[in-house]
Design a protein around this ligand. Sequence first.
Ligand SMILES: [Zn+2]
Ligand SMILES: [Zn+2]
Length: 240
Amino acid sequence: MLEAKIDTHTHTIASIHAYSTLLENINVAQKKGLTGLAVTDHAPGLGVGETFPKSYFGNMRKAIPEIVNGIRIIKGVEANIMDYDGNLDLPTSTFQKLDLVIASCHEKVVKPASVEEHNQIWENIAKNPWVDIIGHSGNGHYDFSHEKIIKLFKEYDKIVEINSSSFPHRKNARKNCYDIALLCKKYGVKITISSDAHFATDIGNFAESFNMLKEIDFPEELIVNRNLETLIEALPKLEK
Ligand SMILES: [Zn+2]
Ligand SMILES: [Zn+2]
């Protein structure tokens, strides 16, 4: 049975366009039997009024306990890819203070362009040592050469996100995620399943992703967020 005990991509009111507090998210995680929760609000590149300033991210490890209500809290960020060179919107000094970095393309920040430009983004992100997870990889606004780039993610040991909220919301996400997951299976690339919740009740909602992964008989050992041990194995910096 496919399982994921940690939600690796969730938002709080610090993302402004999300509607629950961290503690509300934690309480839902607890009710659903999760053992870990990554808080990954949007970094400031999304624009004024869309997120809190960078000091919010720098203070998380100091302010938030490691375990709350039995849930391991992973302090992360969803960084914005700012341009086709794959530059991100937080300095290294902030990434150093975090447990987990997701890098994502958002239409508001980096305009969808050609496959070549999207390939260039992911080639540079693959080489960025601060990036752990490739955010909503299946977003059809940013088509890329799947086989070529997935092989690169393998080479640079990146974790590809299968984002459950993408299926209803992002262009061609189901078809793309299916194709990407098949290639991850073929090349042995690690994946994580996330809710990308913007409201507490969505925490741990992985059903859409699991249905798709079952269809392709995806190997469970490549799912890094099965439990805390497997996540720490994939992201040794989580170990305290
Ligand atoms: Zn996003
Ligand atoms: Zn998100």
